[in-house]
Design a binder for this molecule. Structure first.
Ligand code: NAP
Length: 286
């Protein structure tokens, strides 16, 4: 049975983040938009590993929208009623919208990547891209790199078999960790799509090219939000860096438009500005 709110009682629409050890960033950005645009929505966070039970609760309790992060994105693909083309291809859902108990799964991570790369003025068309990692974020990076017309995409992962599997799925290249330096040599963009440097990192195994040996034009995309050692080392070698907070911001703007159904033409800039200011404030508290 689905619980519906009574027309005589006004309840806010509920949105939530499902995560293992959620950070506050999504919550503060979405709630700032709801508050400043006077929308009757509330965004909360759940620290859970139970994807199936949480998605089932979304139907039962009538949640409007979910944001999903580690470890939920890949599992959620099989739990929604409709899947966008990009979410299907990427094989990961980071956004679910509930329309009268029919759940639609989206992936806004790849849009966050595309916007952050464009904003930084990094042009990878016809160039080589290296992706470190083979999880959900790496999948979005492969998809975005294709949209941005990279001509050679190489996946390097701690566990080479996973890199090989992902490369096979997308028809791109992979290389073992020992070949990292040589595949990065001519890269225009290198993504760190591993959690190393984040609060989720549990081991010290690392994949990091010697930045000082890379081409001057090479840019580094760090998906983790804060100023990690990866970013600091790239900056020390005078390479351009794109940090995870830009991706986080842009994927959240897309997500907010999906949750609220607002027209992007009229609202994109307003939502972006509100979220950007709030994210900046929150990050300065870290
Ligand atoms: P995931 O599915 O769990 O995949 C993690 C990947 O990182 C795997 O390929 C894993 O290798 C590798 N890895 C883990 N620990 C490592 C270590 N110590 N050294 C080397 N490789 C390691 O995670 P995900 O969803 O792809 O997320 C990856 C990171 O991107 C997370 O930090 C996440 O927060 C971030 N992210 C940021 C945004 C944003 O908006 N900025 C969006 C999405 C994700 P194995 O295959 O060997 O286990």
């Amino acid at each position: 049975m689905t619980i519906t709110s009574s027309p005589t009682l006004a309840y806010p629409k509920l949105c939530a983040l499902l995560a293992r050890t959620p950070t506050r960033f999504s919550q503060v950005m979405h709630n700032a938009v709801f508050r400043e645009l006077n929308l009757d929505y509330v965004y909360v966070a759940f620290d859970t590993e139970e994807t199936d039970a949480a998605v089932s609760a979304m139907r039962t309790l009538g949640f409007r929208g979910f944001s999903l992060t580690i470890p939920h994105k890949e599992r959620a693909v099989g739990l929604v009623d409709l899947l966008t083309e990009s979410a299907r291809e990427i094989g990961a859902v980071n956004t679910i919208v509930n329309h009268g108990s029919r759940l639609s799964g989206f992936n806004t991570d790849w849009i966050g990547i595309e916007r952050a790369v464009q904003e930084a003025g990094v042009d990878i068309e016809g160039g080589a891209v290296v992706i470190l990692g083979a999880g959900g974020a790496a999948r979005a990076a492969v998809y975005a790199s294709r949209i941005l017309k990279a001509s050679l995409i190489t996946i390097v992962n701690r566990t080479t078999e996973r890199a090989e599997k992902l490369a096979g799925e997308f028809g791109v290249a992979y290389a073992p960790a020992e070949a990292l330096q040589s595949v990065c040599k001519d890269a225009k963009l290198i993504f760190n799509a591993t959690p190393l440097g984040s609060h989720l990192a549990t081991s010290s195994v690392h994949l990091q090219p010697r930045f000082e040996t890379l081409r001057r034009e090479c840019a580094i995309f760090e998906m983790v939000y804060g100023p990690t050692d990866f970013v600091r080392s790239a900056q020390a070698a005078r390479l351009r860096t794109i940090t995870g907070d830009r991706m986080l911001l842009y994927q959240a703007v897309e997500q907010n438009l999906l949750f609220t159904g607002m027209e992007p033409e009229d609202n994109y800039a307003r939502i972006k500005n509100i979220m950007e200011a709030r994210l900046k404030q929150e990050m300065s508290l870290k």
